[in-house]
Design a protein around this ligand. Sequence first.
Ligand code: F6R
Length: 609
Amino acid sequence: MCGIVGYVGKREAFPVLIEGLSALEYRGYDSAGVALIDKGSLVVWKNKGKVAQLKAFAEKKVKPGSTIGIAHTRWATHGVPSQANAHPHTDAKNRIALVHNGIIENYAALKDKLKKEGVVFKSETDTEVLAQLVGKYYKGDLVGAVSQALAEVDGTFGIAVIAGDNPDVLVGARRGSPLVVGVGDGEYFLASDASAIVRYTKRVIYLKDSSLVVLNRSDHTIMDLDKKVMTYEIQHVDYTAEALAKGGFPHFMLKEIFEQPDTIRNAMRGRLLVDDGSARLDGLNLVMQQLRQINRIIFVACGTSWHAALVGEHMMEEIAGVSAEVEYASEFRYRNPIIDPHTLVFVISQSGETADTLAALREAANKGATVLGICNAVGSSIARETHGGVYLHAGPEIGVASTKAFTSQLTVLALLTLLLGRMRRISHDEGITIAQALQEIPEQVKKILKQNAAIKDIAKRYWKHNNFIYLGRSYNFPVALEGALKLKEISYIHAEGYPAAEMKHGPIALIDKDLPSVVIALKDSVYEKVLSNIQEINARGGQVIAIATEGDKNIKKYAAHVIYVPKTIPMLSPLLSVIPLQLLAYHIAAFRKCEIDQPRNLAKSVTVE
Ligand code: F6R
């Protein structure tokens, strides 16, 4: 759950590394550090806190002239956030420095062994064990020492390593954790993802799993972990460093909420066939015959992606007529699921690096399932390990709270429903109705975004409340869950999402004037029922913020506040109803002066189980 940057070239390494770390801070941010080579010796600067603190602390002390270095931003797994536990870690003789993303599972056994050999440890981390191992084997050949050390470790790693007496060589390796090489002119970059290096080069090599890379100023070699040379491809990354900046918004989250008309359009571009009332998804890598034979889908995901999967399940069963179920990735792998040749497993992940989802993917593949992915991050581990899939094309999502990825996931799920549904029970005309409704969504989202100021006003009235309940039914029950998750993760307010009708089975006891209820009450088949739930809340002195369908004046009689969304077909309504909930959570968190893009205890991609 960390970010890695490495550099070897002709520039001063320190500023390059700090810039790279800042771009990667969304991956974790409880401590940060840098190691440089200064006249044949390693110099390490590291601290608890954010990258800006590291920069302020080390900037004046770093001597000019270091053109090679490694750096790290950490999200603690083994040991508390502290200077000692921050990376880079060095070996006993201070000859090598190493940064690591991932988990060394057998670190305790390795540590005991090294201790018996006389090694004194400086930190509580699993990573230091790896640094000490590399140090133990290092006799001038850094690649050899890294490869020898990695042969002894179980677990996952993305690492960057340098040796003080070898100022021309930067070694990287990965197994299970992402690592990308940036190819410059007389210089190389190494990073957990391309956003750390795009300002310097657009030419990147996404390292395959279980590979090792040796970089010097003029050359690079890519091998497997046994040092056998591997093939690779240099790719051009198509987003700029500017795309990563906040674009005039105070937070990435708000920027990403406002990007949704475009990102939803991007997700359907070239895929929605309005005239045929269908969709084409080339990346599935399945022929029509195979798609026709599928009679069950298992969606596997975590967090917000899991909420998208719940909507997908509903679409798939109601519209496409394909039996579907949704699993938490973290539970799926420990449950011995039944998978037959007619079952398709879909893993959904924005980052494509979520460890639980990756493990579930491997479990399903191991049982012989065809596993497809719905991912945002191109070249991510999940994207690479699935048999096929669909990219979201939402661009990098930097705010830790997922927003645009969620609506893109819903869009792709709607396309998938169209595709599979047209092979089964959706008629040509019904297909056209769905396709036309989908085509209208981006403009409808734009209309909702225009209510930003009004939603901010509602947030202003409620930001001091410490508990919220979110209610929805049918397609909008998962949206209630998502609204509650958005609020709790960025504002630290306790919020629960519930199916509206379940309220009477317990949560209704919570209702009083201090517990605002956010209720999704659209004009659909469950409208009257949800209205009854709202009346039950009113009768107990509760305050209701309703998300309602444009033109529904009636609801004003029952709700203290109403946020209107345009009318669409029920299966697409989550694409609209979630937007006010994202904005409400955002503004409440902003009033509470929370660190919206980097909420406490969270990181953007959860690469630990
Ligand atoms: C919530 C959030 C998380 C992620 C979850 C899965 O806003 O961001 O709940 O949705 O960690 O992440 P991905 O989709 O990257 O697998």
